[in-house]
Design a binder for this molecule. Structure first.
Ligand SMILES: Cc1cc2nc3c(=O)[nH]c(=O)nc-3n(C[C@H](O)[C@H](O)[C@H](O)COP(=O)(O)OP(=O)(O)OC[C@H]3O[C@@H](n4cnc5c(N)ncnc54)[C@H](O)[C@@H]3O)c2cc1C
Length: 377
């Protein structure tokens, strides 16, 4: 049996980034994906993802996203593709809500450029956002849009170019410790590797059932709306990416119109699902109505007919921070589950961190917020 330095289960956003970084360092890498990435079955489809720097979830993410910007730029240059489009970003909500106050906290702590606006200024500058009087907003120029399918394709092609072996349409059913390394069971035979990286997204818990991780998979629906009025206001030259915390702990987010409608979705508030039994084709009137209710108040011009919808999955931890760490009973196995609905932007940098953790035992970033042992009982 051929043996590899590192095997990777899952070649979506995180696994493709790690494959690229590992293979670039001269490591022999084999990666498996049960589908053919980029695909629409996991957590990384739907054309667009927000990237932002004034990170309201915690200032600890800021150095990671700063590195991610650099690596996305390098990858774009290497691939000859546009992977990131800068539009500016607007975080709206009650001034003391997490989205606004957390963004200011991160921006202050890391000396980032940002503006704070009251509702009147928001409505004047961006009439497409009907901010309630008591709302405030944080605007930052550096925010923008990543194109996830193109990013993943660029990472996969880059990985192959520097020597990674990638097997698509190959499902991993499990793995076992084998001496100092691991033996990975796939539907086309076993593979042996010195180390294993599990970046299987929504399927990650099933690959480490012994840990009984308190992780939930949440169904999320994306909508593309035809603007009902003033369509030009949603052009990327006039419209930033945005996150609206419309009630404490409840938010929706969206993008300018890139030619196929205004994409808007609720952040969380979806139902818990099993990724193997998710009905991806069934979007209900209830899904749409819950979003329309907010749009009719806050973005009425966007609320025209639905052009398209897609179903996607979040892999959530209880505190909504990522989950990254070595398996407590097997130091050759690294679990990388940076999701909770906000992982994509960091993938380029986290792929690098996974490579560093596997090869050097530590990452350049402080990843303690994401420690695996905080979720073990
Ligand atoms: C609707 C939605 C909107 C989002 N918006 C944003 C945003 O604006 N900004 C942002 O930063 N983040 C956002 N996120 C989060 C971000 O997209 C995810 O954190 C990220 O894409 C997760 O990447 P991943 O590699 O963990 O999962 P995936 O990309 O889903 O990859 C997991 C891969 O593992 C494979 N796999 C699973 N099990 C096996 C197995 N047994 N054998 C072989 N292969 C296997 C799967 O086929 C899949 O390709 C959003 C997520 C969703 C769902």
């Amino acid at each position: 049996m051929t043996s590899y330095d590192v095997a990777i289960i899952g070649l979506g956003a995180m696994g493709s980034a790690a494959a690229y970084q590992l293979a670039k360092r001269g490591v022999s890498v084999i990666g498996f994906d049960r589908f053919t990435p980029p695909h629409t079955m996991g957590s990384s489809h739907g054309d667009t993802r927000i990237i932002r720097e004034a990170y309201h979830e915690s200032p600890a993410y800021v150095p990671i996203v700063q590195r991610a910007y650099e690596l996305w730029d390098e990858l774009a240059e290497e691939a000859g593709e546009t992977l990131l489009q800068q539009t500016g970003g607007l975080m709206l909500g009650e001034p003391e809500g997490e989205t606004v106050s957390g963004a200011i906290r991160s921006a202050e702590l890391h000396g980032l450029a940002y503006e704070v606006l009251d509702a009147d200024e928001v409505r004047k500058r961006w009439p497409q956002f009907n901010a309630p009087d008591q709302f405030a907003a944080v605007h930052e120029d550096r925010s923008g849009i990543l194109f996830p399918e193109k990013c993943i394709s660029a990472q996969l092609s880059g990985s192959i170019r520097v020597g990674a072996e990638l097997r698509y349409g190959t499902q991993v059913s499990g793995w076992v410790k084998d001496g100092d390394g691991v033996n990975v069971h796939t539907d086309s035979g076993d593979v042996s590797a010195g180390q294993l990286l599990i970046t299987a997204g929504a399927w990650m818990p099933g690959l480490v059932p012994e840990l009984a991780l308190p992780v939930e998979i949440e169904r999320q629906v994306l909508f593309w709306f035809e603007p009902a009025l003033n369509a030009d206001l949603f052009d990327p030259t006039h419209c930033p990416v945005y996150i609206w915390e419309y009630e404490s702990g409840h938010a929706f987010y969206g993008f300018p119109n890139l030619g196929d409608g205004v994409k808007i979705a609720r952040h969380h508030d979806g139902r818990v699902v099993d990724p193997d039994f998710l009905d991806r084709d069934e979007v209900s009137d209830v899904d749409e109505e819950m979003l329309r209710k907010q749009l009719s108040r806050m973005m009425p011009y966007a609320s025209g007919r639905v052009i398209r919808s897609e179903v996607c999955m979040y892999t959530n931890t209880p505190d909504q921070h990522y989950l990254i760490g070595f398996h407590p009973e097997n130091a050759s196995v690294l679990i990388g589950s940076p999701c909770s609905g906000h992982g994509f932007k960091m993938a380029s940098a986290l792929g690098e961190s996974f490579a560093e953790l596997l090869l050097d035992g530590e990452s350049r970033h402080d990843l303690s917020l994401f420690a695996l042992d905080r979720l073990l009982t």
